[in-house]
Design a protein around this ligand. Structure first.
Ligand code: ZN
Length: 262
């Protein structure tokens, strides 16, 4: 049992739910000091799973609901989303955003869906969890509009999750009030450019996540990821920022609580 308290600000519980492992995963997380986690939606089923788990594990699991880029062409159910979003366990909208790496052909419908998710976040004054891959300029354009109309607290507008972008992209996001979240990618040998950016993010704008079951950090790389492993992301952040893991735990926990009102 660790003394520090970590929050995994982004994971997907769907596969753990399917395999009946949620209780074990939550237990192992807590045993490693990861006492709160954000169950992220993105599809109808993932949204429902997230909300159900937030009910089942109050104050441990929180929910984010929305539709991600993979749903852009499938006419997602907005009525259902508008009901789910009012559930008390829901603390954010997402994940949502743009991916021109895997699905460049659907760019226009992705943009429309992303804007619709930003509208819901704005209407409910909830932070948005944003995915951006090879779409940084379009992402900035839409988020810029969100910042311009945002009437919540300045630094509660949202987070760019699993950051892999440039220093310029990070600075533009910070300037618009967004937080930046780092995943297990930060621990990969070839991730010098991500580490260089992570070194520069102000203490009050940085989050950690696993994005489990994907992207297991070193030394678990290549295996299925789980929230307990967010501690490895914190260790690497501590090393590159020349501080203790305890300090990373403290600042990232504080930031997650402020952003998501945990
Ligand atoms: Zn994700």
């Amino acid at each position: 049992m660790q003394d520090s308290m970590f929050i995994d600000s982004h994971l997907h519980f769907d596969t753990f739910e399917e395999s009946g492992e949620v209780a074990d995963i939550v237990y192992r997380a807590e045993d490693n000091g990861v006492s709160q986690m954000l169950a992220v939606g993105g599809s109808l089923l993932a949204n429902q799973t997230a909300v159900e788990l937030a009910k089942k594990y109050p104050h441990k699991v929180f929910a984010s609901v929305g539709y991600d880029r993979d749903e852009a062409e499938s006419n997602p159910d907005f009525d259902r989303l508008n009901i789910l979003v009012t559930d008390p366990g829901v603390v954010a909208i997402g994940e949502t955003g743009l991916d021109y790496h895997y699905t460049p052909d659907t760019a226009q419908v992705q943009l429309n869906l992303f804007q619709a998710m930003l509208d819901i976040a704005y209407a409910h004054r909830l932070p948005v969890i944003v995915h951006s891959r090879e779409a940084d300029q379009d992402t900035l354009n839409l988020l810029n509009n969100q910042t311009a109309r945002w009437n919540g607290k300045e630094d509660e507008i949202g987070v760019l999750h699993c950051f892999t972008g440039s220093l310029d992209f990070a600075n533009a996001l910070l300037g618009m009030g967004f937080m930046i979240s780092f995943s297990g990618l930060l621990t990969f040998k070839n991730a010098d450019s991500i580490r260089a950016v992570a070194q520069t993010i102000p203490d009050d704008r940085i989050l950690i996540e696993t994005d489990a079951p994907y992207l297991a950090p070193v030394p678990y790389r290549g295996t299925r990821n789980e929230p307990a492993h967010v501690v490895e992301v914190a260790k690497v952040l501590a090393f590159i920022r020349n501080c203790s893991s305890e300090r990373i735990a403290a600042i990232t926990t504080d930031n997650a609580r402020r952003l998501f009102h945990l």
